[in-house]
Design a protein around this ligand. Structure first.
Ligand code: NAP
Ligand code: ZN
Ligand code: ZN
Length: 349
């Protein structure tokens, strides 16, 4: 075992605080990565606070990891020491079922997808995430990162990027279509940038008047303040596709009614309580309502390569790890533009 340290939550009500633990030794197919940056996802807050149930403590959160390879096992082909590398939300899966063979490990049919944290490896040991100095991961679950991009701003692509890219691709969002993005946070601002880059006409829905100008700068053709229900009504029946990234309970029917015939609304936001869905907004116009979870490793690499080619990164605010608890409070007040990224150099100070 190798020594590691980071920040962990000990219970669902405790703040994150320094924590020492161990990582496995580097096996033949493993790479060891010195973590340079880790994005802060709202899923980290949901899980630290056990809002989805079943949280495993102590918990070292973090699944938007970018760093430098320090060591590789004898059979590793994709990486050599010194390479930039990333780790997203998963570190293993069964690799044999239909979903895994299709490259959609996040939907592993055997339920053996091992998440980067708050999960257990096949041997039962808990997985610890990226709010830490290093990680050891099978190369099959490590991503290649372009060294030309700002590594801190690439980190959020590992979750916020792929979680929005995957449904935009699945639903064939393309040039000329009208697309809506609900919520302008970490996921929302990536959905906006990506949909804009695919040539869609994008409408950003936000509850925050202060974000209007930013939304335009990030690629929105139109911004709608959702606190005013009248502004939604005039958009009824106009969207091909809407992606909902909101982290808290809200009225989904308002957005379903904005879809045109055969339109789809995909939910990626994961509020802890069930939402009421009316029959009529769906029945009328043959609309569909679906969900989507992150994206497989193959598609994550495709997204990273696409973003490198099109110069797409996240808009970030770097934070030292010592201020992570404050960052959580600010995210809960919708006060982040648009992703906190932990500068892991602060852990070494
Ligand atoms: P975030 O940065 O906190 O952004 C969420 C945004 O939702 C806020 O910025 C705000 O946007 C809007 N919002 C918050 N509370 C609201 C409310 N009560 N009513 C209406 N709008 C509200 O969070 P994130 O990291 O993007 O994550 C968003 C959600 O996606 C979380 O639930 C997270 O767990 C989930 N998630 C899912 C997946 C997946 O695989 N499906 C992956 C990652 C994250 P405005 O200020 O613009 O209104
Ligand atoms: Zn995430
Ligand atoms: Zn599987």
């Amino acid at each position: 075992m190798t020594k590691a340290h980071g920040y962990a939550a000990q219970t669902k009500t405790s703040s994150l605080a320094p924590f020492n633990f161990e990582r496995r030794d580097v096996g033949p197919r493993d790479v060891q990565i010195e973590i340079l940056f880790c994005g802060v996802c709202h899923s980290d807050i949901h899980q630290v606070r056990d809002e989805w149930g079943g949280s495993i403590y102590p918990m070292v959160p973090g699944h938007e990891i970018v760093g430098r390879v320090t060591k590789v096992g004898a059979q590793v082909k994709k990486f050599k020491p010194g390479d930039a590398a990333g780790v997203g939300c998963m570190v293993d899966s069964c690799r044999e079922c239909e979903s895994c063979r299709d490259g959609e490990e996040q939907y592993c049919d055997r339920g053996e997808c091992v998440l980067t944290y708050n999960s257990r490896y096949k041997d039962g040991t808990p997985s610890y995430g990226g709010y830490s100095n290093q990680i050891v991961v099978d190369e099959a679950f490590a991503l290649r990162i372009s060294p030309k991009q700002n590594l801190a701003a690439v980190a959020p692509l590992l979750c916020a990027g792929i979680t929005t890219y995957s449904p935009l691709k699945y639903w064939n969002v393309s040039k000329g279509q009208r697309v809506g993005v609900v919520g302008l946070g970490g996921l929302g601002h990536m959905a906006l940038k990506l949909a804009h880059s695919f040539g869609a006409h994008v409408t950003q829905f936000t509850t925050s008047p202060g974000k209007e100008q930013d939304a335009i700068r990030l690629g929105a053709d139109e911004v709608v303040l959702t606190r005013d229900p009248e502004s939604l009504k005039k958009l009824a029946g106009s969207f091909h596709f809407i992606i909902d990234t909101v982290s808290a309970l809200h009225d989904i029917n308002l957005y379903l009614s904005l879809l045109r015939r055969n339109g789809n609304l995909t939910l990626v936001g994961a509020p802890d309580k069930p939402m009421a869905v009316g029959a009529f907004p769906l029945i009328m116009k043959r609309r569909s309502f679906s969900g989507s979870a992150i994206g497989g490793i193959r598609e994550t690499q495709e997204m990273l390569d696409y973003c490198a080619e099109h110069n797409i990164v996240s808009d970030i605010e770097l934070t030292p790890i010592q201020r992570i608890n404050e960052a959580y409070e600010r995210m809960l007040r919708n006060d982040v533009k648009y992703r906190f990224v932990i500068d892991m150099a602060s852990l070494r100070e």
